[in-house]
Design a protein around this ligand. Sequence first.
Ligand code: ADQ
Length: 458
Amino acid sequence: MSRLVCVSNRVSLPRKTAAAGGLAVGVHAAIQASKGLWFGWGGETTDGEPDDPDLHVRGGVTFATIDLRASDVEQYYNGFANSVLWPLFHYLIRDFGYTRERQAAYENVNRLFAQKLLPLLTDDDVIWVHDYHLIPLASRLRELNVRCPVGFFLHIPFPDLQMLRVLPTYAELLRDFTSYDVIGFQTEGDLASFQSGMAHLFGPEALRADRRITVGDRTFLADVFPIGVDVEGIQAEASAARGSDVVRRMADSLGGRKLMIGVDRLDYSKGLVQRFTAYQQFLEAFPDNGGHITYLQIAPHSRSDVRAYADIRRALEQEAGRTNGRFADADWTPIRYLNRNYPHETLMGFLRAANVGIVTPVRDGMNLVAKEFVASQDETDPGVLILSTLAGAACELSGAQQVNPYDTLAVAHAIQVALSMTLPERRERFSSMMGILKKNDINSWSKRFSSALEAVNP
Ligand code: ADQ
């Protein structure tokens, strides 16, 4: 077994409270199994030239972190990654902010990552690069004569060619993918978009029948690897959390009311404004629910230095205030809107306590919260998942009540249906979804990707 070297934009040393973000949850176990290395930005900035990586060994994993120049954090991280690629790949180009400075910083930081990683590599490593921040990394490593297998997994959607062409440098970006040996996407739809980009640039003959793509003298695999969750771990966390003080206090505070829960990073792709509107329409259309339901929305702030995120934050505060101002009673608050992080176990306990889980992104690569909601439920009395058709998770979770998040009246109606769904129907939907989650859990996801990388002949 080769040593697994994972590279992601941000690397956090393990802490007691889990950070928001799907990546950290998904990758750690895979690196641990090979006593591997995790390389990336540690979150600190410097005014000068970034030093060599700091190394920390924790539980068999070596964490190698570098600092970034403050100007690069602005232009590369807030800029190209989160104000250019993120909105573009989520089909939300109203927030697309391409500039040449941002593009140049993206190239420079990818070159810096390659230079700083190089001395840590050995010949029998396999390298697994994560996400849109680092698409050019394999090309930069190849320029430094790195020959070992390099794979890339995209956690977010891959846009259709006509959307991708909005990026002035889309051809270079597509060409950079060809330096990888294995490329993974969340859904068949994302893979099809990628294939159409490749066919556009290199001709339809580049696509082979076995999901391999040949460009010049390189052949690589581009396939679908839907990310899963740690089903057994979540079940254990959710039942342990039931007895915890914080979950019990939350449940007691409901005073017998039904609970609907949403848990999302505060991001405009998560459809929170539309969801708040849908909840208002639900309270209007089905007034008998007044006083009998609490909607708990947990949305920790993220990427606060990007303007679009400050805007969405303000909009949500206003919407939550408006709903409570209009519908609340002296003894009832319709929305509880919280912006804090919780330990993963507490979050799983909250999910288990809910009658309805609402996950309505306007676009999402996968959405782990949808899967966590299902995995955390009590099988004898499971809650109902309302899930956006525009989340990658919708491809697998056909037992959810699927809705288009822009059709807010349909979402309002789905809440009403969820609240009155019979126990046999809830159990049937739950067990069909659990079957899928168990078959493709987080361990089988990382094993499948690592095996595909190991199978590459360098
Ligand atoms: P994210 O956009 O971050 O991930 P998601 O898949 O929902 O979205 O993962 C969020 C994770 O953070 C979940 O594990 C959740 O439990 C945790 N979390 C959320 N709020 C929290 C809070 N308040 N406190 C503590 N933990 C919290 C990106 C893509 C997704 C893709 C994942 C993984 O955008 O589409 O599913 O990567 O590939």
